[in-house]
Design a protein around this ligand. Structure first.
Ligand code: ATP
Ligand code: MG
Length: 403
């Protein structure tokens, strides 16, 4: 029984075969279907070269011709198709020096990282499994295809992949492969931050993330990750927290909090990881409110300034750190919903109103007055109604004049 995404793509494989080539489903989708996991996209490998695929299919997009990958749009769906290849000569522990296109599926499977990822399936659902990937899956084992030291020496990123698969699948790493993780960890130094980030973030949100993090520490791989070299203590703390349902940015927030970084150092840390600016800002905000929460309870003003998302994230993290249940969600949402305004622009008066009422030249005073109005509205001391705000301003001014 093939899953719908395979059934849908089977005619595509057939077309390639009709043109005289071989084509198979490979990699993560085959592995995940055997695991009963949801599959996102199906990867396809073929003996046809990219130029040959272009002759078969009218709609293609060049995405990585040099590596033998093109995108074929088939019945409106894009498929990544990669030509069988062997990877010759790794001289710098990173990427193959050159790509060798080959016509043999077995050789292509041989260059893949782990046995569970080195299976192929034909269009009728028959499995090609020369490296016993199925057995590895039954035993819940992550095992390199061939000698682990050699394979990690060829491409050190594979070590990060091993750890993130532990986090995603809850598998353990086969003994020799695991020893090689420790032995070869230092080679991770050569890997680009961008590639490490992808794997590290998958690790952070895996269902078995505590096991993944634990292995990252145990093997010493963390020494060679950005800004984590001597951070054993902070990382270790994560293992005592039930991380289950935290989002990616909540995980980053918790990490920098446990590392004890202040705002400036957090920014430096996240920049070293090359986290996108938008994410960086969100983490800094979450961190601010988490630390606020450890010293204070929520007030209307804090809820307003934090916003609903940061407030809930901060509360959740605060409870996790204490080891307490997070059952405040409803109460906090209610508190937030009850706020008379959610942002400055909702105030019933504008800068123009103030200019008219005060008969003063525009200047920074406008912002100051609006901010005072804003706070009093949030604190429930003033209704967000234009005439009332005006009355209140006159009243305040009188007081000022009396002083
Ligand atoms: P995911 O479900 O996260 O996409 P995946 O196994 O499909 O996991 P991809 O990065 O999409 O991972 O790679 C697809 C396939 O390519 C893998 O299953 C594996 O066979 C092979 N592969 C990927 N990266 C490497 C690598 N660094 N070394 C060797 N083979 C690799
Ligand atoms: Mg994939």
């Amino acid at each position: 029984m093939m899953l719908p995404p395979f059934v849908k793509a089977a005619p595509l494989l057939e077309r390639i075969e009709e043109a005289g080539f071989e084509a198979y489903f490979v990699g993560g989708s085959v592995r995940d279907s055997l695991l009963g996991r949801k599959i996102s996209d199906v990867d396809i490998a073929t003996s046809a070269l990219p130029v040959e695929l272009k002759e078969i299919f009218p709609h293609t997009v060049d995405v990585g011709i040099a590596h033998g990958t093109i995108l074929v749009i088939f019945n409106g769906t894009p498929y990544e198709i990669t030509t069988f290849r062997a990877e010759a000569e790794y001289s710098d522990f990173r990427r193959p020096d050159q790509v060798l296109f080959i016509r043999s599926l077995r050789e292509d499977l041989k260059r893949r990282d782990f046995t569970m990822n080195a299976m192929a399936m034909d269009r009728e659902g028959r499995l090609i499994d020369p490296y016993n990937g199925q057995v590895a899956i039954q035993n819940k084992q992550i095992k390199t295809v061939g000698d682990p030291n050699q394979r990690f020496g060829e491409d050190a990123l594979r070590m990060m992949r091993a750890v993130r698969f532990v986090s995603q699948l809850g598998f353990s790493v086969e003994e020799r492969t695991k020893m090689a993780l420790s032995d070869m960890a230092h080679l991770l130094e050569k890997i680009a931050v961008e590639r490490k980030l992808v794997e590290f973030e998958k690790l952070l949100i895996g269902n078995f993330r505590t096991a993944g993090l634990s292995l990252l520490i145990e093997t010493g791989l963390y020494h060679y990750l950005p800004a984590l070299a001597d951070r054993n203590d902070g990382l270790q703390q994560l293992l005592d927290i039930s991380l289950g349902d935290l989002s990616r940015l909540e995980m980053w927030t918790l990490l920098v909090d446990r590392l004890g970084l202040n705002e400036r150092k957090t920014e430096g840390f996240l920049r070293q990881w090359k986290l996108p600016n938008k994410d960086l800002k969100q983490v800094l905000k979450n961190l601010y409110w988490l630390r606020f929460r450890t010293e204070n309870d929520w007030t209307n003003l804090a809820a307003y300034r934090a916003g609903i998302d940061s407030m809930l994230s901060a509360e959740k993290l605060y409870r996790k750190i204490l080891g307490e249940p997070f059952d405040e969600e409803k109460r906090l949402i209610k508190l937030y919903e009850a706020l008379p305004i959610k942002e400055l622009s909702e105030i019933a008066v504008t800068g123009n109103d103030l200019l008219a009422w005060y008969q003063r030249k525009p200047g920074p005073w406008i912002k100051d007055v609006l901010k005072t109005i804003e706070e009093d509205i949030i604190n429930g001391e003033l209704n967000n109604v234009k005439v009332e705000i005006r009355e209140w301003l006159i009243h305040c001014n009188q007081k000022l004049e009396e002083d």
